[in-house]
Design a protein around this ligand. Structure first.
Ligand SMILES: COC(=O)[C@H](Cc1ccco1)c1ccncc1
Length: 130
């Protein structure tokens, strides 16, 4: 329905803005591109569903998010992958786990502060009936 397409178009514009803000934050550089399986050959043996912010930007453009909740599910995937692949007590692993938790809090807070909750409800209604 035409107005539904207008709603989803507005969602894509909003999600690109969120994605850009997260990807442009130097704290989150390690989450901006897929982990390089040449550099880290055991990564795909441990992480079965890789995710990163550049991939998420492409998913926005390919209309693969119908509501902000779906977008936040992929943020959570980035976070869980980082916690699972970097579990050690070392300061390097502790730092990336801390960054992953910061990414989650930034993303959820940005969306909560900048998104009208009625708009998200409308997107979720469209998504459920499709
Ligand atoms: C999401 O990024 C990661 O999980 C990689 C894993 C990794 C380990 C060695 C090379 O890369 C990472 C990158 C930067 N700093 C810590 C870990």
């Amino acid at each position: 329905f035409e107005t539904e397409e207008h709603t989803l178009r507005e969602l894509r514009i909003f999600l690109r803005e969120i994605c850009k803000k997260l990807a442009n934050n130097r704290l989150f550089y390690m989450f901006t591109k897929p982990v390089d399986t040449e550099e880290v050959p055991d990564y795909p043996t441990i992480i079965k569903q890789p995710m990163d912010l550049e991939t998420m930007m492409t998913k926005v453009d390919f209309h693969q998010y119908e509501c902000a909740k779906d977008f936040l599910n992929d943020i959570e995937l980035i976070v869980q992958n980082a916690l699972e692949y970097n579990p050690a007590k070392t300061s390097a692993d502790k730092q990336i786990r801390h960054r992953a938790c910061s990414l989650r809090d930034y993303a959820f807070t940005l969306i909560k502060n900048e998104m009208d909750s009625d708009f998200e409800d409308k997107c979720q209604d469209i998504s459920k009936k499709r």
